[in-house]
Every structure is written in C-alpha cells, then in structure tokens.
Design a protein around this ligand. Structure first.
Ligand SMILES: Nc1nc2c(c(=O)[nH]1)N[C@H]1C(S)=C(S)[C@@H](COP(=O)(O)OP(=O)(O)OC[C@H]3O[C@@H](n4cnc5c(=O)[nH]c(N)nc54)[C@H](O)[C@@H]3O)O[C@H]1N2
Ligand SMILES: Nc1nc2c(c(=O)[nH]1)N[C@H]1C(S)=C(S)[C@@H](COP(=O)(O)OP(=O)(O)OC[C@H]3O[C@@H](n4cnc5c(=O)[nH]c(N)nc54)[C@H](O)[C@@H]3O)O[C@H]1N2
Ligand SMILES: [Mo]
Length: 806
C-alpha cells in the first residue's frame, strides 16, 4: 500500500476493483465502513460478480474478467477530455511536460522495438529526449506533440465510454458514474482511494492494470495524500515481508536485485543500479545503492566480504534467466530439475495448471515439503476422481516431509499491507516433532557447510564463508535476525567533523547511517530503524493519534523510516503548503518539514526545488514508464491467453496484439490455449471468507460452515444449459476439469461483448484432495501456465470453460 489500512477512513471516494476486501480482508475492510460512516464516502465496486464487497457498496458495475485496462483507460480518457485533472499536481509532480524520444512509436497495439520471434521489445526508443546537459527536455506549455501529456491523450483517445461498454460489457452509464466520481476528486479538497488485489494481478496484463489505476490517481492528485493512494491488499499475513526480503528468484532484500549473466563485474552491476539524475536539483534514493548493497554483503559474509574482493560479489549468482514459479515447473516438466524444496507452499494446489505441476513433481529425484500440515503437494501421487491413472509405483520421486511450526509457535514480526512491522510473541509450544523453519534451514545449512568443508566442491566459498554469528548456530533466534535486518556499526562511526555517532557494535538508527566502506552491516536496508539502540521498535504499542489522521507513529514501526504514507511530500504544493488544510500529512514551516507523518524527503529539502517522487531520478511520477515495463510505457489492453473473441477489440486489425505481445509463454503453455468454440464461457477464480486457501480444509469448523465445493453460474446460463441450483456440474477448460455443485445465482449476469453474449463462471479456489473434510477438485486444473509480462504471475483470473451436467 502507498497508504495504510487505517488511512482508508480519510477517503471521500473508494473504489474496490480487482479485489473483494469484504470477503478476503474482512478485518481491514472496517476502514471502508468507517469512511462511509464518518466521512460520507462514496464506495464503488467493479467486479465480474456482485460479490460480498458489492453487497455493502453504494454502487456496483459489472465487468468482463480481464478487460480492466479498457475501463481504467476509459477513465483516463474521460478525465483528460473533460479536463478534470489536478493541474498544479500533474504539472509539478509528474512527467506531463517531459518530451519523449522521436523514434518512440505505437501502432495498432504494438510499441516500437518489437521482435515477434522472441516476443520481446528492444526498449531503446522508450525514453525521454535528453538535452546536452544530460537532463530531460521539457515543454512547460504542454503543447509539444511528443510531450507525455500529448502522448497520453492520443494513447487513450480510443478508450471511449462506448468502447468500454462493448469490450468490458459494462453499461455506459455505469462506467460514467465511476468516471465522474473520480473526476470529483481532481481538486485539493477531495480524495479517492483504490483498493485492489488479485483480480488485477493475476492476468497476463496484471502489472499494467495496476499502473492504469495509478495513472488515474496521479491525474486526480490522489497519490501521497491522506485518504488516497494505490492500495494493494496483500494476501498471507506476511507476504509483504516476503517481498521486502526479496525471497523471489531475481531479488535481494530491500528491492535490490541480483546480477544477471552480463554483469560479471561489480562496477557494471553497481553502475546500472545507481541512476543519474534526470532533472536538476533532485535527490534520488537509489543513488545510495552502494551503501545498501555493501551493508547487505557484510551482513551475509562478514569478514569474508572485503573491498579487495568487491564485497564478495563473486558469491552472488548471476542469473541466466528469471527462475519464477512458472519457469521452475516448466523446467521440471522437461526433466531439468533434480530436487525441490516446498517451504510453506503448496504448488500443486496454488500454481496454474495443476496437471502440469504434477507432471513436474513426478520427474524430480527428490521433493522436500516443510509444512505443519499435509498438503496436496506432499502427497501428489494420491489421486482423487480425475487422476485415477496415476500409478504411484512408476514415480521415482523421493519425498521428505519435515513438519514445521506455525507462526503462533514462534516469536517474530509480520509485515502488514500497510508496511507496518509488528512483533508478536509465541503463543504455544510446537506439537510432536515439529521444528521451526529457522531450525530446519540452519540444520540444512550447517550440514551443507560440513560437506563442502570435508569434500570440497565446485565453489565452496559462498557456503563455507557465510557469516553465522549467532549464539546457537543450529537455531538463530528471531531477535538476532531482526537486529541483523536493522543493522549495526562494525567500527566507531564518525560524522564529517570526526565525532562518533555510533560506537562499534551499536545498532543503527536508520538507513541514513549506512556506509559503503564495509563499516556497517544491514540485512535489509528498508527495515533499518526497526530495532535501534532504543530497542525493538516493532513491539511498540502506543496507539495515540494526536492529529486524528490515523497515522499512530508510535504503534509498531513502518518501513521506510516509520513513514506511514509514501510520497507524502506530494500532499503539499510547490511552496510546501498542504493542498488540503483539513487533512495535513506534512508541511513546510519555513525552515523544515513538520507534520503528522515522517516526511518522505530530507527534513530541510527546499520545497521549491526538490520533487516528491524521490525513488525516480527525475523526482516526479511517471505516466510514461520509460524502460521499466516489458510490455510498453503506456498500459494497453490485450485479451487474455484464453479469450472469448479471438481478436483484440481495441486493435482488431493486428494479430500480434491479441494477447499481450510480451506475455510469458513457456513450453508448458504450448498447445494449451482454449478456443471459444469449444469453451465459450469466461471462468474466474476467487476466495471465500470461510476458508484460507488450501489449509483450512483440515479444520472441522471451517468445513462445517463451508462444507462442499461449488461453482457459481448465472441464472441465464443455467437456463440455457438446463442446469438447476444444487445440481452437480462439470466445468472444463483446455487443461482439465472440476466437478462441483452448481450455485445458480442472480449475482452473475450475462454481458454483451462486441455483439456477443458472454457468460462468466465463478470457481472458488479452496478445495483439493488433502482434506479432513469433503474432498474436491483443484481449481487450478482449469488455469493455464502463462505469465504476466512483468511479474510472471500466472493468469489465474481469466480463462475459458464449458459447463455441462456431471
Ligand atoms: N478468507 C480468506 N481471506 C484471504 C485469503 C483466503 O484464502 N481466505 N487469501 C489471502 C490472499 S493470499 C490473497 S492474495 C488475498 C486476495 O484477495 P482478493 O484479490 O480480494 O481475492 P480474490 O477472491 O482472489 O479476488 C478478488 C475479486 O476479483 C474478482 N475478479 C476476477 N477477475 C477479475 C477481473 O478481471 N477484473 C476485476 N475487476 N475483478 C476480477 C473476483 O470476482 C473477486 O471478487 O486474499 C487474502 N485473504
Ligand atoms: N486459480 C487460482 N490460483 C491461485 C490463486 C487464485 O486466486 N486463483 N491465488 C494465488 C495466491 S494469491 C496465493 S498466495 C497462493 C497460495 O498458495 P500457497 O501459499 O501454496 O497456499 P497456502 O494453502 O496458504 O499454503 C501455505 C502453506 O504454508 C503452511 N504454513 C503455515 N505456516 C507455516 C510456517 O510457519 N512454516 C511453514 N513452513 N509452513 C507454514 C500451511 O500449512 C500451508 O500448507 O495461491 C495462488 N493460486
Ligand atoms: Mo496471495
């Protein structure tokens, strides 16, 4: 979240689109209720289904799954053509006036630089035009045909209300209602928030859906202000922590990244990640990358990371490709993976195309499952219904099951969607043989280290030299690890005048104290400040809120630097005066920034010069994402891999632009596309409050309140197929099928798409064959192994199905 849960109460307009917070985030959803009750907020839901959030909303609009960029692009077009934008904000704080390179182009759905053979773009032309001084050329009059504002107008000119109606199936007046509500916030006194989750991310154009939402918020001046923002409602209690720590194949902690194969030299790696300023006088946080990186290497390899060996740069793997989940299982199916450790992950149930995942698991030499429960993955050879042909005797995979504890059986911190790190205390002792993840991973590490020490190997140094300064080598404590994430001084740290600011061994106060000379260690720079010399900041429990804005700066600790609203400098004008005097986050008092939040800018940064978006080298927010995205600088509508039309109704003439031209297609994707002739209906998947993914089916109470797998179909489709409520149906896709009870509902209505009637079918995700309650089919039998062009997230939210009586 750019903002935080409590801050939702400050909104005047709330849009939940691509999420269902009343169902999936019922606790945080109370802040929507607060905004309605105390702020008279207007709450809208746009979803393929009239879901539980819609049931308590002021307004609901239906949409065809996967078509959100048309809807959101339509809002951008509406705001621009009606001139409903926050002029002062976009002029000062975005790239509106920046000139784009002359060779940048867009034609019928394809940007300049596309290579259809490799399905990738050469992004050279996706850039601003730079002057001889190295800074971006700008046109403050916004008249230059190649300035971002003009480009934006052209790009979304075809995203009209009529197109929204014919492509999304949303009636024009319903679309206009949403657009007008956003327009009402394009002024200083009113603000809208956008709350989203998987209904946006799980598409081949998912990352771009979020960008389109962010662009609307920028046009209205709703980023960096109380009650605004782009608010990603995260899933597992600590999934934010997982991302922060970089537990993804190409990431390092604190959103640093691993080198790739072409970056064998340290200097090349660091240079590529330490940007040059694009506008004069700005500050850019990534200029500190060497300090963050070196402190991380010191945390990992301690004395073995030295200036002479470039801080152990050779120890870091250099990626030849991105090893995300889709890719790993694709390689597994090809027999290229020997072993796999599933730690707190149930890929057979969770990953798209379960049949493909099973094929992969069958080809492994060994599989390790670390989990407190039995999961489908841990007994993948067992069949239910459709898999009777699985002959377990023919499977060679050796499976090791290591029972772990659950979060309540350890001390530690979880990071919420609000970026707040909250410490929690162990509630009970682990049962039976269960061990903590930490103990298991440490045990594995110590044994590997011993093997390398005694038997050698190709490159033992990174394992053998790993710094392990914990009191108990076989079980580092959560406290020790948390302190390491915060960071500490290795020698006495002095300021410019030679005064000691930190003694050797002392915990650091924040990332501003990090050094790139090896004198500090820090395991995750964005978390620096969470455990200082004054103790565990995450354990703080003071909920006082002096201004009433909801920031509670003494409740636990938020990254970065305990800041509650990101980009909060954008809540004040060029002179530092708050746009909205009734909801002040920070303001300039003539010599420094003060207020209800920790300023997202140096305390004494001159408001007339320094821009708010300090993570970008231009200091402003981007409508034109330059080279950041893989599928183009402006979000563009493409159909899903499985799509009901067979063409892209926004760019009908171009066959290359039907699906996202840069979507991740793998070997496992080939030959698995469903055709609308065979599979005419649009399927989607989602959650229910009464279950948590695949594990609460081990809990009797949850099984009682939501006992049996079902699918939702609209009354019109049921009538067409002669299906009655409560009847067993079979829902199939090109990849597989599920059999479940049909819930015939008024909550899903047929849509008119480009002259064609389209029905949508809803499939909850929770059932499977490892259960103490009734067994069911894996929803992911239906989905395809195809990934978003940027995040590689599988397209679990849109696919084609057919429905028949079982
Ligand atoms: N009770 C419970 N709570 C949970 C979870 C759980 O399993 N159980 N899981 C947690 C996790 S890990 C996560 S990530 C979050 C997920 O939170 P959400 O994303 O809110 O949950 P979903 O139910 O997957 O999907 C949300 C909505 O997206 C809609 N949708 C589908 N396709 C589209 C589309 O193309 N466009 C639009 N606009 N909407 C679409 C669905 O109809 C659904 O209403 O929930 C978390 N909370
Ligand atoms: N079609 C479709 N597929 C989806 C989705 C969808 O909306 N539609 N949603 C996707 C999303 S957002 C998610 S997050 C995934 C969820 O996929 P998973 O994360 O694989 O699902 P969970 O059932 O939450 O599995 C987590 C496992 O962690 C175990 N666990 C709990 N605590 C601990 C612990 O402390 N240590 C260890 N080692 N294990 C622990 C649990 O017992 C459980 O088995 O599913 C994804 N798959
Ligand atoms: Mo999730």
């Amino acid at each position: 979240m750019t903002n935080h849960w409590v801050d939702i109460k400050n909104a005047d307009v709330i849009l939940i689109m691509g999420g269902n917070a009343a169902e999936a985030h019922p606790c945080g959803f109370k802040w929507v209720t607060e905004a309605k009750a105390h702020n008279n907020a207007h709450f809208m839901v746009v979803d393929p289904r009239f879901n539980r959030s819609a049931a308590v909303a002021d307004f609901y609009a239906p949409i065809r799954s996967g078509s959100d960029i048309v809807f959101l692009g339509g809002i951008i077009n509406y705001l621009l053509t009606n001139d409903k934008i926050h002029h002062e904000y976009v002029k000062n704080y975005t790239d509106f006036s920046f000139i784009v390179r002359e060779d940048f182009a867009f034609d019928e759905g394809i940007f300049s630089g596309y290579n259809p053979e490799t399905r990738t773009y050469d992004k050279a032309s996706w850039d601003y035009e730079l002057g001889e001084d190295g800074f971006v050329k700008v046109d403050p009059t916004l008249q230059h045909p190649r300035c971002v504002y003009q480009w934006l107008k052209r790009h979304y000119a075809s995203y009209t209300p009529e197109k929204v109606e014919s492509v999304c199936g949303t009636p024009k007046e319903k679309f206009l209602h949403v657009a007008e509500k956003f327009a009402s916030t394009a002024q200083a006194g009113r603000v809208a928030t956008i709350m989203y989750a998987l209904g946006w991310t799980q598409h081949t154009i998912g990352a771009q859906m979020l960008r389109t939402g962010a662009m609307i918020q920028l046009l209205c001046g709703n980023i960096g202000v109380a009650g605004g923002g782009m608010n990603a409602l995260r899933g597992h209690s600590n999934i934010q922590g997982l991302t922060d720590l970089g537990i993804l194949s190409a990431s390092l902690p604190g959103y640093l990244s691993l080198p790739n194969e072409a970056e064998q030299e340290y200097s090349k790696y660091i240079a590529a990640r330490t940007p040059k300023l694009l506008r004069p006088g700005q500050m850019n946080y990534w200029q500190n990358t060497p300090k963050f990186h070196v402190s991380l290497m010191k945390a990992w390899w301690g004395p073995a990371a030295t200036a002479e060996n470039n801080w152990a740069y050779d120890y870091l793997p250099k990626l030849d490709m991105q090893y995300d989940m889709l890719r790993i299982f694709d390689l597994m199916v090809q027999g290229k993976v020997n072993g796999y450790i599933a730690q707190g992950f149930n890929p057979l149930a969770a990953l798209a195309n379960s049949n493909n995942v099973r094929e992969g698991l069958k080809k492994l030499k060994f599989l390790v499952v670390m989990d407190p429960l039995v999961t489908e993955t841990s007994e993948f050879w067992k069949s239910y219904g459709e898999f009777n042909d699985v002959d377990s005797a023919s499977i060679q995979t050796e499976v090791f099951r290591l029972p772990t504890t659950c979060f309540a059986e350890e001390d530690g911190a979880v990071v919420s969607s609000s970026r707040v790190l909250q410490w929690h205390w162990k509630a009970s002792e682990p049962p039976g043989e269960a061990r903590t993840d930490m103990a298991i991973m440490s045990g594995l590490h110590l044994r590997l280290k011993k093997l390398y020490e005694t038997e050698g190997g190709k490159f033992p140094d990174p394992i053998v030299n790993l710094w392990w300064p914990y009191a108990r080598a076989d079980h580092p404590t959560s406290e020790e690890i948390a302190k390491e994430y915060n960071g500490r001084a290795l020698v006495d740290l002095k300021d410019a005048n030679g005064n000691i600011i930190r003694k050797a061994g002392e915990q650091l106060g924040g990332f501003g104290e990090l050094r790139d000379d090896g004198s500090t260690v820090c395991g995750c720079w964005i978390w620096s400040g969470c455990w200082t010399s004054s103790g565990n900041q995450m354990a703080r429990r003071d909920n006082s809120d002096p201004t009433g804005i909801g920031n509670t700066l003494n409740w636990a600790w938020a990254w970065p630097a305990n800041r509650r609203v990101l980009y909060n400098r954008a809540s004040a004008d060029r002179q530092g005066k708050p746009f909205n005097p009734n909801r002040v986050l920070i303001e300039w008092n003539g010599s420094k920034w003060v207020g209800a939040d920790v300023p997202d800018i140096a305390l004494t940064a001159n408001p007339e010069v320094v821009n708010p978006f300090i993570m970008n080298p231009e200091g402003v927010a981007r409508f034109f994402s330059r080279k950041g995205m893989n599928d183009g600088p402006f979000p563009t509508h493409y159909e899903a891999f499985d799509n009901p039309l067979g063409y892209n109704p926004m760019y009908p003439k171009n066959k290359l632009a039907v699906i996202n031209p840069a979507a991740r297609i793998l070997k496992s994707t080939e030959g698995t596309q469903g055709s609308p002739e065979e599979f005419p209906h649009v399927g989607t998947t989602y959650r229910l409050t009464e279950h948590f993914h695949y594990w609460t089916k081990h809990v009797q109470l949850n099984n009682i309140i939501q006992p049996q797998q079902f699918v939702e179909i609209g009354e019109a489709l049921a009538k067409e197929l002669g299906i009655e409520d409560n009847q067993m149906v079979k829902v199939s896709s090109k990849r597989g099928f599920v059999k479940a009870v049909a819930v015939v509902t008024k909550r899903i209505k047929p849509l008119q798409i480009d002259g064609k009637t389209i029905h949508q079918v809803g499939v909850p995700i929770h059932w499977g064959f490892s259960s103490t309650g009734r067994k069911g089919y894996l929803a992911n039998n239906l989905t395809a192994s195809i990934g978003d062009a940027n995040s590689q997230t599988p397209e679990s939210k849109t696919f084609l199905v057919k429905v028949e009586k079982a």
